[in-house]
Design a protein around this ligand. Structure first.
Ligand code: NOJ
Length: 758
């Protein structure tokens, strides 16, 4: 870090004197008193033309430095380099997204600060969802670690890499609670639970933003998609979210509020409507709740053309109407449509949008730029040397490996088949075992694909010369090919044990990748049956961006691991667990159903009037074909130990209104291997004025248990843990009895009860 004063630093970086006047005005005011910085922004706003204001509210994808995966529809807005440079000089662009590279960013920033009417710096954004060049596990996988410190550290490392390539702002974390596994974007979130999701939202915001947003390695966070995008009907992307406001507030909004409380200064309005009002034109969401109730001081950016989509929604008549509805609702920045540039000046002139509304949006944008330190130093995070030194460091790769292994969930391990011996004869079979392109996983926009460690490489490295590794692809992800099955069967027959890697390809989850059937594609099931028919023991390693419905040999295999998409170090992370060098610690952040048709399926559903408590199937809430249970419940994950839980105990039968009750249970490892256990606390409100979830996660704790060790785990329960969103749209607890479980998953545990007294 340089200690030069900001003005001198800017001069050295080639900023013109004229631009420095504008920049220095802000700097000087700030030096006098913090409050004065706002005055300077006011000065700036008072001098800007309406065209320049519209420009400050218009964000575009970067056609000049795009070098990653295609993740948005190609659009008419895709411009040439000359056009973009001219628009920057004219002050018609507030920032660019999804381009990386410091040299190009510096060139554009120079134009912005030296040639645009008021020298306002650009902000550079990007979809840094689970790492940049180093890819970490997809967010859903990482949520399976139940380890928020890990999420903090991977977000911090992602921020270091992202800022090294010239980004200031990430469109992450996605904090949408998703209860339908058909939705492809499950992969980007923290799963089906609001409590867990809120914890991960906070950790990721803190990790991205660091201790001060002005730091060179700090990345502005953008919790998205506001709101209820995870509630799209039928799990179909972009569909309507037709939910009551109590569900919106109890289930979908808390992770956002937690993220904003943690200091996130931007959010993205969702594509979907909520009960008929599209989020991007939703004044109640973007202004009344977000700003009014929560006091959010940051900016709202639309999701890619979602303001334009108000027309297709049938909520706005045309582009001008959509622009007015979006900005009047509280959407400050238009992403990619160009509508604000096109229509705002006239809308202000004809009085449809007030200048005060535009000014307020510009104020929010400028304050965020100020918070990022861009007025002090427009070239922050645009240093050529960090681009070389801060990418894929040994430390970051070690973190990716650690994150990968902590995200793996041991679903099943009959007869203690796992861990495997490194000197065994292993047949490693599956469509992706050495396909590098599949390894960064969904929503990795800028990954270093060539250096991703495949399963084949990871197994080879772990086994060295000790054992024998035979590899066969067997099938493609979604089709068979001549000789594939035969080759796989031969490999299986020549082995002691088969490791079968099957599931979804990276492209099968993520945006617009909703599925009607969440089982493993037919071709791979055929492969699984053929391999199982050899009679060799089979370890299934699942690849997936959502929970899957497991059938046939994929379900009956004696050992199954959920390995998601783990990113750069996948092969090493998986080998660490498969060969027992590390204890598995992952827990499911999503329920695995027995069949796709159970979706939306989530553990914390409301109690029905006819619950199926026994095998009894008559006139009960269940389907003809399967019981109303998960195949693998939320929170489930085995260890290599042998874990048992004692009964849940409370230290008092009654919880006073402002008091606490201690809740504890013993947890023992009777096995011969060390175990890492994630001890979970669930509650259920027996009688309430609105029906409540059958169980709700309220806490969790990580413990390490040596063979033969027993520990007592204690949680402290307060009234605030027992609150729910009432019909009055306030969180409140109601006196009465509550069931409490300390348990290894959302199913199981021996409950106690406590009475909340007023
Ligand atoms: C659309 C996605 O919904 C959003 O999450 C993403 O940040 C934008 N595209 C920008 O790429």
């Amino acid at each position: 870090m340089t200690l030069l004063n900001p003005t001198r630093r800017l001069l050295l970086q080639g900023v013109s004197a004229a631009a420095l006047v504008a920049v220095a005005a802000l700097g000087v005011a700030r030096a006098k008193a913090t409050g004065k910085a706002v005055d300077s922004i006011e000065d700036l706003i008072s001098k800007m033309s309406i065209e320049e204001k519209a420009g400050q509210l218009s964000l575009f994808s970067d056609p000049t430095r795009f070098q990653g995966a295609i993740i948005n529809p190609t659009s008419e807005q895709a411009a040439t380099k000359d056009r973009v440079y001219a628009d920057i000089a004219a002050g018609r662009i507030t920032g660019l997204f999804n381009g990386i590279g410091v040299a190009g960013a510096r060139e554009m920033q120079k134009i912005a600060v030296e040639q645009s009417p008021h020298g306002i710096p650009l902000v550079f954004a990007g979809d840094v969802i689970h790492g940049l060049k180093t890819t970490f596990p997809i967010p859903l996988a990482e949520a399976a670690s139940f380890d928020t410190d890990l999420a903090f550290r991977t977000a911090r490392a992602a921020a270091v890499e992202a800022t090294a390539v010239g980004l200031h702002w990430t469109f992450a974390p996605m904090v949408d609670v998703a209860r339908d596994q058909r939705w492809g974007r499950n992969a980007e979130g923290a799963g089906e639970d609001t409590f867990l999701g809120s914890q991960f939202a906070v950790a990721r915001v803190n990790g991205f933003q660091g201790s001060s947003l002005k730091d060179d390695t700090s990345l502005l966070a953008c919790p998205k998609h506001f709101a209820a995008y995870g509630a799209v009907q039928g799990g179909m992307d972009y569909n309507t979210a037709d939910i009551p406001e109590t569900t919106l507030r109890q289930t979908h909004l808390p992770p956002f509020q937690a993220a904003f409380d943690a200091g996130a200064l931007s959010t993205m309005s969702a594509f979907n409507d909520v009960a008929g009002v599209p989020s991007t034109g939703n004044h109640y969401l973007l202004t009344d709740i977000l700003r009014g109730e929560w006091g959010f001081k940051g900016l709202v950016v639309s999701d890619y053309t979602s303001e334009e989509e108000l027309v297709a929604h049938g909520f706005a008549a045309d582009g001008a109407d959509a622009t007015a509805k979006a900005i009047n609702a509280g959407c400050d920045v238009a992403m990619q449509s160009g509508l604000y540039n096109a229509y705002l000046p006239d809308l202000v002139r004809n009085g449809t949008v007030s200048m005060a509304t535009v000014d307020e949006a510009v104020r929010r944008v400028l304050r965020v730029k100020q918070a990022l330190g861009l007025f002090d130093n427009p070239y922050r995070s645009l240093e050529l040397d960090r681009e070389k030194t801060d990418i894929r460091t040994a430390e970051t790769l070690a973190l990716a490996r650690e994150a990968g292994r902590k995200s793996i969930v041991l679903l099943k391990n009959e007869g203690g088949l796992l861990p495997l011996s490194k000197s065994a004869r292993i047949a490693l079979i599956g469509p992706c075992i050495d396909d590098k392109y599949d390894y960064p996983g969904p929503w990795a926009v800028f990954p270093d694909i060539a250096t991703c460690v495949t399963m084949a490489e990871g197994f080879q490295a772990a086994m060295g010369a000790d054992g024998t590794l035979t590899m066969a692809k067997g099938s493609h992800y979604e089709s068979l090919y001549d000789g594939g099955i035969d080759e796989a069967v031969r490999a299986a027959e020549a082995s002691d044990v088969v490791v079968l890697v099957i599931g979804e390809s990276a492209g099968m989850s993520g945006e617009a990748q909703s599925r009607v059937d969440i089982s493993i594609p037919e071709a791979q099931l055929t492969l699984a049956e053929a391999v199982a028919a050899t009679g060799k023991p089979v370890v299934v390693l699942l690849r997936h961006g959502r929970a899957l419905a497991l059938t046939g040999a994929a379900n009956t295999a004696p050992a199954i691991l959920a390995t998601w998409f783990l990113g750069s170090e996948t092969g090493h992370s998986v080998a660490d667990i498969v060969f027992g060098d590390y204890a598995p610690q992952g827990r499911l952040p999503v329920s695995f159903p027995q069949a796709s048709g159970q979706e939306p399926y989530y553990y914390n559903h409301r109690a029905t009037g006819r619950p199926q408590r026994t095998a009894d199937r008559e006139y009960k809430a269940r389907y003809r074909e399967v019981t109303n249970e998960a195949l693998y419940p939320f929170g489930h994950g085995l260890t290599y130990g042998d874990i048992s839980y004692g009964a849940t105990m409370v230290d008092a039968a009654k919880l006073k209104w402002n008091g606490t009750v201690g809740v504890s249970a013993t947890v023992s490892n009777k096995g011969r291997r060390a175990a890492h256990e994630v001890v979970q606390l669930y509650i259920h409100d027996r009688v309430a004025s609105l029906t409540q979830p059958v169980r709700a996660l309220t806490g969790f704790r990580h413990i390490d248990l040596a063979p033969g060790e027993t520990q007592t785990v204690t949680f402290t329960l307060r009234r605030s843990d027992l609150e729910f969103m009432t019909a009055k749209l306030r969180f409140a607890a109601e006196p009465g009895l509550f069931d409490i479980w300390i348990a290894p998953s959302a199913v199981g545990g021996i409950p106690a009860s406590v009475e909340l007294i007023a």
